[in-house]
Design a protein around this ligand. Structure first.
Ligand code: BGC
Length: 745
């Protein structure tokens, strides 16, 4: 007996099938009355829409579903999607910030909360998690990324999928996850958004694909393609990677969406005209066409006549095109069936059952914010006592709107408690606050130019006057807290920047504050890793707070005054200078390491002093002191399959509870190709009471040392070298102790 999907497939006309491949934005929704019908309404009436994204309410989604059912001869329902990137209504810290918690269970919890909020508004799929590994702070979308490391990103990807989907994407309060952007979107040339990536296949397999493999293994139901080309083929036409690697190698059997007008963009990529672009995308495995409607326009003719474009190297018969349409339509319907929509088109669209409370959301958002903050420096200034007289200065001292960060499409900045209020509530004492230097005006585009150092004004006052105001306050205080950083529009999509560093006026402000001689705490609110330069030297304490969501400033206040202990660890290396990007702790070995045999030959830069402060991947301080003992291995030589255990004692010498993330790296000194000088293979997070000592053990297995050797994607082999490997264990990627282990053949 045929299942629901096959019964529908047997009855559908080609036009109805093509309609299912069309994914449209809700835009202004359904305009009723005398107003002219929107494109969406016309398409719904004609049965030409498979799904809609960006509806802003349950009522609006329900109205669209009713309209879609009325327009569909076979009563095939829509599904609804939304960009829920770091929370839906309750905005959590940016993904790059949350990744600094190094806590997959927290990622899972925030994803589950976001899923419940989104599901309560009729969403069935979220366009998240974004799992593009990125090592280039110039790229604005690093804000949405899990950072630079494939292992950490993989654990985050799996955790987010578990949080969104639970055991069943049709379960109450759950949604389908959509892994994006497939793939290597985080490695564009020069950090320019949308630019292409030319990579060794080994890099693709070893760095950029693992989070997708992990997300698929966790059961992700959907994947979105990326805008860029990889090794000369735009991802929307990359059959080798989509039908080949994604479906073939990982066994992914869900739905593949285009990105926004991604099919149409094949024409600009130089792979069009439109009929050719459409044939390529469908052949590559792009099941749904988001926004551009090129499938809707081109496929009817292609299904009748096929295509033979010798100049573009595309030849598909009409029957082959119809097979491809069937393949994608079947996937769309199967996805709807998994969502429970074929049984009940209004699933999730009637008044929601258990909607999570905003209060619970605030609590979780505050914990997540505090866990995302990374303490980079602390010369015995923090935590502050509640009696301290604080001068709170800088553009983000009272800011709400930037705290949400980029891609908070359903967030509301009124939900943000700004830093001055958070401090006042926590300490019972309002801090003296000055705006200092402001870069954040509504006309942000203009301001974006200002960040490179020209004059800044606010309320008719010059930069000098603003600095004077800050200084006057600072002089009367015990401690200065300077809240500086980037505006939310300075990071995000289409927001690459040449020089990932703090705006020049912020440097001026910090220099002036430093000159007062008062203890100076600098809090950086940002969407990307910034080179802090002189600011790191000037600060007596330095917190990297990212854009922390609705409770971002409260999380910062908790850390400042010791209501929470800092536990964040960088998921990206912070460069010492903007010119040294792209950058990763996992840099490849070269013939002339630095420092190495030939001291004379520098692998670094002549104009970057050795003393320049770079904060490495995995770095972050706590309050108090964590002592690491000497690590030991259960055996020094092991056969593959034989268990090896690395054990290390850690002790909390501080006066309060601490969360420590013990990180295990490896290196492979004799391999078949150049390898990263070290790479993360495992980590564990432990909570230690004051004075507590614990042994932490890692099970090590030979599989962790496998790496790809890939003259081409198809001939890729995951290999492992018998012989010596090194293990490096410690609190970050730099400050480690090493051990040697030999794998017997
Ligand atoms: C972004 C995607 C997003 C889509 C829909 C695109 O511009 O690249 O990440 O999901 O828009 O809003």
């Amino acid at each position: 007996m045929k299942g629901k999907v096959e019964r529908l497939m047997a009855e559908m006309t080609p036009a109805e099938k093509i309609g299912q491949l069309n994914l449209l934005p809700a835009g202004e929704g359904l305009v009723t009355g005398a107003a002219q019908a929107t494109t969406l309404a016309q398409r719904l009436d004609a049965g030409q829409v498979g799904a809609v994204f960006g509806t802003k309410s349950l009522a609006s989604a329900r109205a669209m579903q009713e309209r879609a059912l009325a327009g569909s001869r076979l009563k095939i329902p829509l599904f609804f999607g939304e960009d829920v990137i770091h929370g839906h209504r309750t905005i959590f810290p940016l993904p790059v910030a949350l990744a600094c918690s190094w806590d997959p269970s927290l990622v899972e919890e925030t994803a589950a909360f976001a899923a419940a909020e989104a599901a309560a508004e009729g969403q069935h799929v979220v366009f998240s998690p974004m799992i593009d590994v990125s090592r280039d702070p110039r790229w604005g979308r690093v804000a949405e990324s899990p950072g630079e490391d494939p292992l950490l990103a993989s654990r985050i990807a799996a955790a987010a999928v578990r949080g969104y989907q639970g055991a069943d994407i049709a379960g109450p309060g759950r949604v389908a996850a959509c892994l994006k952007h497939f793939v290597a979107y985080g490695a564009p040339l020069s950090g320019r958004d949308y630019d292409n990536a030319s990579l060794a296949w080994e890099d693709l397999l070893g760095i950029y694909l693992p989070p997708f493999a992990a997300g698929c293994a966790a059961g992700a139901a959907c994947v979105m393609a990326s805008f860029n080309a990889v090794n000369k083929v735009p991802m929307h036409a990359h059959a080798q990677l989509i039908e080949g690697w994604l479906r073939g190698t990982t066994g992914f059997d869900g739905l593949v969406l285009s990105d926004y007008t991604g099919v149409k963009e094949l024409i600009a990529h130089g792979l069009g005209p439109a009929p050719v672009a459409v044939a390529r995308a469908l052949f590559a495995g792009i099941d749904m066409d988001m926004v551009g409607e090129d499938y809707l326009r081109e496929l009817p003719a292609l299904a009748k006549a096929g295509i033979d474009a010798a100049d573009a190297g595309v030849a598909l018969s009409a029957a082959a095109i119809r097979d491809l349409i069937n393949r994608s339509c079947r996937r769309v319907l199967t996805f709807k069936d998994r969502l429970g929509l074929l049984d009940n088109p209004f699933r999730g669209l009637v008044a929601a059952g258990a909607v999570p409370t905003r209060q619970d959301g605030r609590k979780l958002a505050r914990t997540a914010a505090a866990r995302s903050v990374v303490l980079l420096k602390n010369d015995a200034v923090l935590p502050l006592s509640t009696g301290t007289r604080v001068a709170l200065v800088g553009p983000f001292a009272r800011d709400r709107r930037n705290m949400l960060g980029t891609w908070a499409v359903s967030g509301n900045s009124d939900d943000v408690v700004p830093l001055d209020q958070a401090v006042a509530t926590l300490t019972g004492r309002a801090p003296k606050t000055a705006w200092g230097v402001n870069i954040v005006e509504e006309a942000w585009l203009e301001q974006r130019l200002n960040v490179h150092g020209v004059t800044v004004e606010r309320d008719g006052r010059s930069e000098a006057e603003l600095v004077d105001e800050a200084l006057a306050l600072a002089r009367q205080a015990d401690v200065i807290v300077a809240a500086v950083g980037e505006a939310k529009e300075h990071a995000g999509e289409s927001s690459s920047c040449l020089s990932p560093s703090l705006p020049a006026p912020h440097h001026h402000l910090i220099a002036a504050l430093k000159a007062t001689g008062k203890p100076l705490v600098v809090v950086v609110f940002a969407g990307r890793p910034l080179a802090l330069g002189a600011i790191a030297e000037a600060a007596d304490a330095l917190l990297y707070a990212w854009h922390g969501g609705i409770a971002g400033p409260e999380g910062v206040a908790d850390i400042l005054f010791g209501a929470a202990a800092p536990s964040g660890r960088l998921c990206v290396t912070l460069p010492a200078h903007p010119g040294e990007v792209p950058l990763s702790y996992a840099e490849e070995t070269t013939g002339r390491p630095n420092p190495g045999h030939f001291q004379k030959f520098l692998t670094g830069w002549l104009d970057l002093p050795d003393s320049a402060m770079r904060y490495p991947f995995g770095f972050g301080l706590g309050y108090g002191e964590i002592r690491y003992g000497l690590p030991s291995l259960s055996i020094a030589q092991a056969a593959p399959g034989e268990p090896v255990v690395l054990t290390i004692g850690i002790e909390n010498r501080g006066p309060r509870e601490a969360i420590e993330t013990v990180q295990l790296y490896a290196s492979d000194p004799v391999a078949r190709i150049t390898r990263p000088s070290r790479f993360l293979i495992d980590f564990q997070q432990v909570t230690l009471r004051a004075g507590e000592r614990r042994e932490v053990s890692f099970r090590i297995d030979a599989g962790q040392f496998r790496y790809p050797v890939a003259p081409s994607l198809e001939t890729a082999e995951w290999v492992r070298d018998p012989g010596l490997v090194r293990l490096h264990v410690g609190p970050n990627s730099r400050d480690t102790q090493s051990l040697e282990l030999t794998w017997l053949a």
